[in-house]
Design a protein around this ligand. Sequence first.
Ligand SMILES: NC(=O)c1ccc[n+]([C@@H]2O[C@H](COP(=O)([O-])OP(=O)(O)OC[C@H]3O[C@@H](n4cnc5c(N)ncnc54)[C@H](OP(=O)(O)O)[C@@H]3O)[C@@H](O)[C@H]2O)c1
Length: 265
Amino acid sequence: MSKIKRTALVTGASSGIGAAYSDRLAARGHDLILVARRRDRLEELAERLRSIHHIEVEVVLAELSDQQDLATVEAMIAKRPDIEVLVNCAGLGALGLGVSVDQGSVDTLVKVNILALTQLSLAAARAFLERKHGTIINIGSIIGLMPLPGAASYGASKAYVLHFSRALQAELASSDVTVQVVMPGMVRSEFFGGKPTPFPEHLFMSAETLVDSALHALDQGELICFPTLHDPDAWAGFDQARGHLAKELMQNGVPAERYCQALAV
Ligand SMILES: NC(=O)c1ccc[n+]([C@@H]2O[C@H](COP(=O)([O-])OP(=O)(O)OC[C@H]3O[C@@H](n4cnc5c(N)ncnc54)[C@H](OP(=O)(O)O)[C@@H]3O)[C@@H](O)[C@H]2O)c1
């Protein structure tokens, strides 16, 4: 990304990865719109970034599971030509065994992790296509590739982020709109709510290191970024296998031979 002053809108800016994105984008010279629910956190961050980086920072309080608040943020993206970067970082885990997790938390997870990210990405894609430039950064998670007990809805929501972002990348490939999907491993943040996690400390990365890696990847044109992946061929192999499976699945409309006897085909 160049050093030209332009505005980045960051959801989930009040802590963790979103706060780190805000800091790093401010250092790159972007004005900022910080979106989340906690006013004190956002105001504090805004004040700090204004005084260090001499940029303009606006604070937008939004409950992204609320359709009205979401529409307000969407309208900003649609109407403000200075917005050229969207970081969809807001998210929650609703972790625990699926049968035990409170249904309200799962509903909120679907609304924030999936619906809000989709609505804001598409609003940005429309606006950026018209403006002939723009960057959308969606925060997924490695758990989107590995269904795990205790994180059924969360993992599925992150699989959605990967799938959706990749399809959007393909749709916008011939345009000047960039879509990057970032797939972090474990990151030190407030995400686990201060509760002990089953993961050892050495698996955790700082939010700042994650964001620095992902922005470096973006600068290099790497549109699917796995910051902890040391062997990029591992992903290439996985993706190739997926392509091979897709070809197998799309051969024709005839049931596989092993089902034919039962179906008397
Ligand atoms: N930490 C990890 O290990 C990890 C790993 C992979 C991916 N991720 C993803 O990274 C993203 C950021 O997580 P984090 O680790 O930085 O956790 P975090 O510190 O808990 O940050 C979550 C952010 O989302 C915002 N948010 C949550 N619910 C919201 C709602 N209903 N409406 C509006 N904003 C909401 C929070 O702000 P308010 O509470 O102020 O609204 C906060 O700014 C998430 O999408 C998460 O899934 C995290």
